[in-house]
Each structure stands twice: as C-alpha cells, then as structure tokens.
Design a protein. Structure first.
Length: 273
C-alpha cells in the first residue's frame, strides 16, 4: 500500500462515538471497524462546546464524559497497539463570547488533534442558538429567518477568529455550515472570506480537513473541490476525516479523495502550463 504525497488515506482523523449523545457505537467498535477497513491510524475527535451554548439538546461531551473518554481511549491504545495507532482528539466548537472558557478546558488534556469548528451561533430573536450544521427543520427555519447570507458571513468571520484564537491543528468541514439550505450559493464576498480563512490556516501551520461526510449529503466533500483547489495552490496540508457517527462510516469514501486530488492537481498544472 503506497501513501499519496498529498494525503494519507489510511489515517482517519475525525471519528465520533456515543459519548456525544448523537452518534452510535462504542470506541472499541470504531477501532474494530478501522482495522477491518485496513486503516493504520485513527483519531477520535469528540465534541466540545462552550458552556454557554443555548440549545434544546446536548450534542457534546461533559467534562466527566471526557475523563471517561481518555480512560477508555488509553485502554484501547494499549490493547490494539500492534494493529492500529489510536489518537484522542477533540472537535471544539468555537464560542466567540467566551473563548477563555474553552482555552481553559482544552488545557486540561493532551490532545493528538484539535479540530476547529463553529457549530452554534447565538442570534437575537431566536429562542436557541442556531445549529449551523443541523438538518432539523427548526434549525433550518431559524437560519432562514435570520438570513442565510448574513449567517454565512458571520460564520466565516467567526471561524477565522477561531483559527487565530484556539490551539487548533486542523479546520473541520470548512464550508459545511448551512448545508441543508436548498440552493444556497456563496457570494463573491464569501469567496474572499474563504481566501482569508485559508491564509490564516496556512499562517498558523494548521491542516485543512477533507471531510468525506459531504459525499453523502451533496456528492462532494467538505470543503467543496474549488476550495480544496485553493488550498492546494496555497500549499496547505490536507488531512482526511470521515466524521463517522456510526462504526461502519470510518474511512468512508477515502478512495474518492485520491481521484479528486488527482483531478485538481492536473487542473492546476494545466493552468500553469
Ligand atoms: Zn457530531
Ligand atoms: Zn462538526
């Protein structure tokens, strides 16, 4: 098995488990699935959100859950060390109003990866924070009422701030926000924001995640191929993540990443020729 120079497709860096209350399966079931699929290295990337998030259900880990996660994770690291490298990471949802609270909690553990995301956006005139990545109708409706264009602009600004503020190692699913708004198009202003966000990722020496959950939702990964192409032109490191919320989703569609990268690099080379 050869590794690709641009990405390691035997390394899944974005795996959730039932600790987050919206995924199924134990950590061990994900480990067995990864071994079954021939992966060499995985990183669990469990959800942490700011304590001030105002939402009608809990879709993240408590501090106690994180203690259990580290205990079980280290047991699995020992048991499976001959077959799979297992890392314990966190997907941290940024809270622009209380970054110090997140920084404090992040400092309590040693993470193999810190994935930076922005999931919950507080807005006036809504009873709960907007969940930007949810397919639930009440979220989709609340985002529409607030205004998709404005929510997206705020999303990219705040995510860029998160990249500057948090001790991140990668940015997760960069353009997944509002993925369930039908027919939504990025404006030229959004494209400019994306360029600045990528420059910030590069300046912070972070990686860009190619999140293959997008293949299920829209047929392309998060971020979209045009954004991955910009990242290749800026020589930003790429890292693969399945965003698995079920054991069988570990490493999903990683073969499609290679085909996509081949296509994008040949486009870049043709433009240069
Ligand atoms: Zn999740
Ligand atoms: Zn996420």
């Amino acid at each position: 098995m050869n590794t690709h120079p641009l990405i390691d497709i035997y390394f899944d860096t974005h795996i959730h488990t039932r600790y987050c209350h919206h995924a199924t399966g134990t950590m061990e079931e994900y480990v067995l699935s990864a071994i079954d699929k021939g992966l060499r290295h995985i990183v669990f990337l469990e959800h942490m959100e700011g304590a001030a998030v105002n939402y009608f259900e809990t879709t993240w880990l408590t501090d106690k859950d994180f203690d259990d996660y580290f205990e079980e994770g280290s047991r699995l690291q020992d048991s499976y060390s001959d077959r799979l490298t297992i890392g314990l990471g966190v997907e941290v949802g940024y809270d622009a109003a209380h970054p110090e609270e997140l920084l404090n909690r992040l400092s309590k553990h040693c993470w193999e990866q810190v994935g930076v995301s922005y999931h919950f956006m507080p807005v006036p005139d809504q009873p709960f924070d907007l969940n930007l990545v949810s397919r639930q109708e009440r979220n989709v409706q609340a985002i529409r009422e607030t205004g998709c264009e404005q929510v997206l602009t705020n999303y990219f600004n705040t995510l860029t701030e998160a990249v500057r503020v948090l001790p991140g190692t990668k940015v997760c699913h960069l353009d997944a926000a509002l993925r369930f708004q039908p027919g939504l198009e990025l404006s030229s202003g959004h494209w400019q924001q994306i360029g600045e966000l990528l420059d910030t990722i590069k300046a912070r020496d972070m990686a860009l995640e190619i999140n293959t959950s997008g293949f299920v939702i829209r047929g392309t990964p998060f971020p979209a191929p045009a954004i991955i192409k910009m990242a290749l032109q800026k020589e930003i490191r790429l890292i693969a993540g399945s965003d698995a919320h079920r054991p069988e989703d570990v490493g999903r569609f990683f073969d499609k990443i290679l085909a996509l990268l081949e296509q994008l690099t040949s486009e870049i080379n043709e433009e240069l020729a």
